[in-house]
Design a protein. Structure first.
Length: 570
């Protein structure tokens, strides 16, 4: 009895899917743009269950046609610009039975999609699936749109963009000092990604939430908290390591399932929510005390700004609350997440590049020494020193690291209910896109597009687009203006008013951390007691970088070669 019902339902579903695909293909074909039919839409479920399976299948069967690798996650990392070169176009469609997705490595089009306006005069919104995943603890600046988004941005912008930068600098140096004390006693490490996550977590915790966290290795931090009711560090770690599970079901369901990883992810999400509630109440009590005593805070941090905007504190003069409590917690989460993983992984990537290319490490150390002279780097400040480092080797190393391995490899926008016309670079005819499609801007593909990265007077090969060459960013002799790539071809922080709110925060943090590390130390590959040559370690490192995966941000999927921190001889 059940079998015929099942069969009929399956046939109806397949029929509907084929019909839907046919309709979408009819929209795409007349546009004359290359397209690939892909059977899956990258929903959270497909990303978690289907893509890894496809990846394995493609690897085992050795399939090489683009149609196949477009079915696996993170094809952008492996392909960079190659697929565009293959099809001879900087844009192409992937047509799924549910949606048409336009992959864009054309800078003019990228700019228009990210910074242009739709028929209502608003920025193009992010697709719903992005909001669902990132709104785990409540709506926030990353998930909302239109006037609501402008409101969130107005609240967080000033505290993240300007008033926290001195603390970012100081706390970065403090974290690195503590980290060096640890590295001094340890031979080799392959925990850099975790170690820098701990350091940048300390920075955002202090700058955004006025919480001071001493740097200790993550394992020690977690072990220390084992017997108490748990620390937010432990919850954060488990949550971020298992984040994908939280995208497929609410945490209370995950906690009931018979799989350890899922239960842990659910538990960590609940534990983190508990801490955020506690931080909310703590800050509310502080504001209420300040309201009573009419004390002006020495510095309003992000959490204070968010809680004040909720108007939930007694004595608040807000007529209409700007945020709900859930939005306060949603924003606290997104700033902790976006505010530490991205920068930590960029720093760790840069460290590996510097281990692979020691000649740039020397340049960077010479720059630090020449700017600081004999003065103690721990006495520097954002106000006195950031500008001096913002157009030299440290900046060039950050830009080049983000070009080769952007923390965020794509960003997607929904194109709305009416057809829209978009420009294309290189004098190509503009294209009118049908309603309802998604544009997936290929941050990593754009940063490898040879039309914009081949240097004047050099061939594409000489420009070494896939290689780490930070000097391409340095100012020409005589000025201190860094190289400005073609607009839209380099967008690791996205662009326009919806670009990264923490761009300056990250730049300041990266700079202070590099100064703290390389003023005193040098990094090198661990030779494993003479068993591994430099060349072997370098090739291992490059091979691992080819296999990076987007978990929340782009990061290693396997083990990176060990590195050693050694005291500089000066
Ligand atoms: C190297 C470091 C960083 C990189 C590469 C980076 C990259 C990005 C990118 C590409 C976006 C746009 C996402 C999209 O449109 O889909 C973004 C947005 C955002 N970033 Fe960053 N980010 C970094 C550091 C930070 C830091 C330090 C913070 C906070 C302190 C931060 C907070 C945010 C927030 C809240 C948004 C959402 C903004 C909005 O939608 O209005 N990011 N970031």
């Amino acid at each position: 009895m059940l079998a015929p019902i099942f069969l009929t339902t399956a046939l109806l579903y397949i029929g509907y899917t084929c019909y839907s695909l046919h309709i979408l293909l009819c929209k795409v074909r007349p546009l004359g743009i290359p397209y690939f039919v892909v059977p899956f839409y990258p929903s959270p479920f497909v990303r978690v269950f289907i893509f890894p399976l496809m990846k394995l299948l493609i690897k085992v069967s050795g399939l090489t046609h683009p149609r196949f690798f477009l079915m696996a996650s993170d094809w952008q990392v492996r392909q960079r610009y190659e697929i565009y070169r293959l099809i001879g176009s900087d844009i192409f469609f992937t047509v799924t039975p549910w949606k048409i997705i336009l992959c864009v490595a054309d800078p003019d089009m990228a700019v228009e999609v990210l910074a242009g306006k739709d028929e209502n005069g608003e920025l193009y919104p992010k697709p719903e699936r992005v909001s669902k995943v990132m709104g785990l603890f409540g709506e926030n600046v990353l998930t909302v749109e239109g006037a609501v988004w402008r409101g969130h941005r107005k609240i967080a912008g000033p505290v993240i963009g300007k008033s926290s930068l001195s603390i970012v600098w100081e706390e970065s140096l403090t974290q690195i000092k503590q980290m060096i004390q640890y590295y001094d006693k340890h031979e080799a490490t392959n925990t850099s990604y975790r170690d820098f996550r701990r350091a940048t977590l300390g920075v955002i915790a202090h700058a955004g939430f006025s919480k001071v966290m001493e740097w200790v290795p993550l394992t020690a931090a977690i072990a220390k908290e084992k017997d108490s009711e748990g620390s937010y560090q432990k919850y954060l770690h488990v949550l971020f390591e298992n984040f994908k599970w939280t995208t497929i079901a609410p945490s209370w369901i995950l906690e009931m399932l018979p799989f350890k990883a899922l239960r842990e992810a659910g538990g960590a999400a609940n534990g983190f929510r508990f801490f955020m509630n506690e931080w909310f109440e703590e800050k509310k009590a502080k504001i209420e005390l300040d309201n009573k005593t009419a004390l002006k805070p020495f510095r309003e941090d992000l959490m204070e700004s968010l809680v004040r905007s909720s108007g939930l504190d007694k004595g608040s003069t807000l007529e209409t609350p700007l945020l709900s409590k859930s939005e306060v917690i949603g924003n606290a989460f997104i700033f902790i997440l976006a505010g530490h993983e991205t920068t930590a992984h960029t720093i760790a990537n840069a460290i590996y590049f510097l281990a692979m290319y020691p000649e740039y490490q020397v340049k960077l150390q010479e720059e630090i020494d020449s700017i600081l002279g004999d003065s103690d780097h721990s006495l520097t400040s954002y106000e006195t020193h950031f500008d001096a480092f913002s157009s030299g080797w440290i900046a060039a190393i950050m830009f080049e690291t983000l070009r080769l391995i952007p923390a965020v490899i794509i960003t997607t926008r929904h194109m709305g209910p009416s057809p829209r016309t978009f420009p294309r670079a290189g004098g190509q005819r503009p294209i009118t896109l049908p309603p309802g499609i998604e544009s997936m801007i290929q941050i990593i593909g754009l940063a490898h597009n040879p039309k914009y990265w081949t240097q004047p007077g050099k061939t594409e090969a000489e420009s070494a687009i896939s290689e780490f060459r930070p000097e391409r960013w340095l100012p020409k002799s005589g000025d201190n203006i860094m190289f400005k790539p073609y607009n839209g071809s380099y967008i690791p922080f996205s662009i326009g008013t919806r670009g990264c709110i923490g761009k300056k925060f990250a730049h300041v943090e990266f700079t202070a951390i590099m100064i703290g590390l390389f003023r005193e130390m040098s990094v090198e590959f661990d030779s494993c007691g003479g068993r591994k040559t430099f060349e072997e370690a370098r090739l291992e490192c490059l091979a691992q970088m080819e296999k990076f995966e987007s978990k929340i941000t782009l990061q290693p999927s396997g083990e990176m070669p060990s590195i050693k921190w050694v005291r500089r001889r000066r």
